[in-house]
Design a protein around this ligand. Structure first.
Ligand SMILES: [Zn+2]
Length: 92
């Protein structure tokens, strides 16, 4: 007799329909959760990089070689990114 083995947990079924029902009931949700976890991780990584970028901008702003207008511009850009970051974190 042919056996249908679940590729996720190894449970064996004698009909493909039973296997399909088992996978749908037991493993589909787990897969979705896993995917969401990866997306959250990526988002956290992006946020870390953005915080780093704001730090770089603020460091540049303190540079003595810049004109007042350039410093003001860098400050505005940093504020804009910060506002976006706050918005992103709120929508999580
Ligand atoms: Zn299974």
């Amino acid at each position: 007799m042919k056996e249908y083995k679940c590729k996720y947990c190894g449970e064996v079924f004698d009909k493909p329909l039973l296997l399909a029902q088992h996978v749908r009931a037991n493993h589909k949700r787990a897969k979705t959760r896993e995917k969401k976890g990866v997306e959250k991780e990526k988002q956290a990584e992006q946020i870390d990089k953005t915080v780093e970028a704001i730090g770089i901008l603020k460091g540049l702003q303190a540079s003595p070689n810049l004109s007042e207008a350039e410093k003001k511009l860098l400050g505005e850009v940093a504020l804009r990114i910060e506002a976006l970051l706050t918005y992103t974190q709120k929508s999580k």
